[in-house]
Design a protein around this ligand. Sequence first.
Ligand code: NAD
Length: 367
Amino acid sequence: MTSEIINSKDLKKMDPVFGQHSFDDHEQIVFCNDKDTGLKAIIGIHNTVLGPALGGTRMWNYANEWEALNDVLRLSRGMTFKSAITGLNLGGGKAVIIGDAKTQKTPELMRRFGEFVHSLGGRYITAEDVGMTTGDMDTVREVTPYVTGISENKGGAGNPSPITAYGVFMGMKAAAQFQFGSDILEDKNVFVQGIGNVGEALVEHLVNEGANVTIDDISQERLEEVQSKYGVTIYGGNDIYSENMDIYAPCALGATVNDDTIYKLNAKIIAGAANNQLAEENRHGKILQERGIVYAPDFLINAGGIINVYAELEDYGRQEIMRKTENIYNTTLEILDNAKLNNVTAHTAALNIAKARIETRKRENSK
Ligand code: NAD
């Protein structure tokens, strides 16, 4: 099976779990329910060959449970390959909590969620994702050690978002080197879609390099805040995908490269932080390749966050975190070269390398 976005009407027609299109031999899927706190969560453990399944928890107001399940299946699978390609000894997992993070998230709900994580005995280790903060992970830490992304004053590596942004910046520069023959982003027109934790930190790197940055977000407040801090342009149109740009940086949610947008896109490079940017990774990856748009695989260039939280488990410091994250530049360039040489999409090239590492470890483990 491949990972792709399907509308909820079609999802409902499939078998409930193992028959879902995004189901890809996941090892374990855990449904968590607690009436008292209102917790409804799903933990997806995709693969634990390389190590415990580590991946953040997303709290989102899903339209229905099918969407939540599909999201956790796609996201946990992505984590497997992200850790594998980054060379970390971690498997892939992810969790989703169904609900509005602004109005429904309470310390009691987070603690209850932590107890469910704890019940898995370390097969799944959580961290923050959309809708979560370092403070929420501190709350989870009260009931389980199987959590990363906790505050620095509690022994954690702190907020992973600035490191993620640095890795995305490195991946973007490598893609520029490949596409333009230079990795200098000065005067390049870069559209950053979603200026949350990662997006804002990415904007800072881009502005420091002299890029012309346009920002887009659904929150007017965020737009004004980031504009006043960095002097960037707020997108004023109504179809960002049709705009002329050098680089499109999706930093909001996934699947923005889809049937509706892919032929409109005028970017020369796609490089951003969002997970699962291609609604259908094979088909859309191929179309981008045919259109000459360089796509820096999301799971490769947004690995800074996992490198940062992995430091909490392996006990390495800031210098090693930055070294590993900076190396995203080299890996991205190698993958883009490899894809060109073998005439496959960058996504496929990256996936093949990640899968080969897992297969090798599987063979070693079974000896
Ligand atoms: P965040 O919640 O802080 O920011 C997301 C931003 O996107 C918000 O400002 C939100 O208003 C905006 N947004 C939502 N829908 C939008 C839309 N349709 N158009 C424009 N803007 C929209 O999240 P984050 O931590 O910055 O993460 C951003 C993305 O990067 C997510 O997809 C996340 O899974 C991925 N990611 C994050 C990390 C990390 O370290 N935080 C690591 C890897 C991947």
